[in-house]
Unconditional design. Structure first.
Length: 184
């Protein structure tokens, strides 16, 4: 159960609250004589490190045939913990739209619940390509917002649109899987 992919997903779970704390506590840097940009760099660096583990845990699990039921549960959970921590932190410091974050979090919770129901019914609803694209755009938007770069807001709204689209695609996939199951 504790293979390298699962350890990488666990690392992502551990880094999420640390990054959240850094986002919310810029005074730690500024009171110690550092420019506020060090807060941005630190939060962004932790986010990038955690995001890179997302790629590698999936890649290693597939290539080394180390996929486990634990990994199937904690990998998407770690992704959600990381992105929700970043989005909430950015929203709390006024860098992200409350409505954008609300839409993203509601979609993530709904699809996670849907996937849990699917697993309990022995229905396979695997990660779809749109969901992977959504995750990439969310991570890019978070990186831009953490660094206070231009185009962060449009990227966030593109991520919201992709989040809604991929959510609809998951719902359709789940519906199709249920209908297929009923005809068997």
């Amino acid at each position: 159960m504790l293979n390298l992919p699962n350890l990488l997903a666990s690392l992502r779970i551990l880094l999420a609250p640390i990054m959240f704390w850094i986002i919310l506590n810029p005074q730690v840097f500024t009171q110690n004589g550092f420019d506020i940009s060090w807060n941005y760099y630190s939060g962004a660096l932790l986010f990038v490190i955690a995001s890179v583990t997302d790629f590698f845990d999936g890649y290693i699990a597939r290539e080394w045939n180390q996929s486990t039921m634990l990994g199937a549960i904690i990998d998407p959970l770690a992704d959600k913990m990381l992105t929700i921590a970043a989005f909430l932190g950015l929203m709390m410091i006024g860098e992200a739209s409350v409505w954008a974050i609300y839409i993203i979090i509601i979609r993530e919770l709904f699809i996670t619940a849907l996937r849990t129901v699917a697993v309990s019914e022995n229905i396979s609803v695997k990660a779809l390509f749109a969901g992977k694209v959504k995750t990439v755009f969310q991570m890019i938007a978070i990186g831009f917002m953490l660094m206070h770069w231009p185009f962060a807001v449009p990227l966030l709204w593109i991520a919201v649109a992709l989040t809604l689209y991929s959510g609809a695609e998951y719902i359709w996939s789940f519906r199709s899987a249920i209908l297929k199951e009923k005809t068997l």
